[in-house]
Design a protein. Sequence first.
Length: 110
Amino acid sequence: MALEDIAAADEVPLKGSLVVAHGGEQVLLVRSEAGVFAVENRCSHAYQELHGGKVRKVFIFCPLHGVRFDLRNGCPSGDLTDTPIKAWKCAEEGGRILVDLDQRLDAGAQ
């Protein structure tokens, strides 16, 4: 699978997120000062939705317990979980956000 158009870029506000159901996944599109990212919309600790969590630099914080996930690769920080969330290749082109659900980003990559 290649990059697929899943949302308009202006639907994802700076330091905000948008949930898109696509390809059997709940994809969380997140925009920070570092760009646009695509991760799964589920904390690996308590299975809480990440949508609505605080966005800072390249991190999103779970709104339930504050687990921090790296948007570049899905890796968590802290003691509550060591299980990464899914993170996918994402690009912004021509006012659209494109995601490749077949190309997961490796946990630990930055």
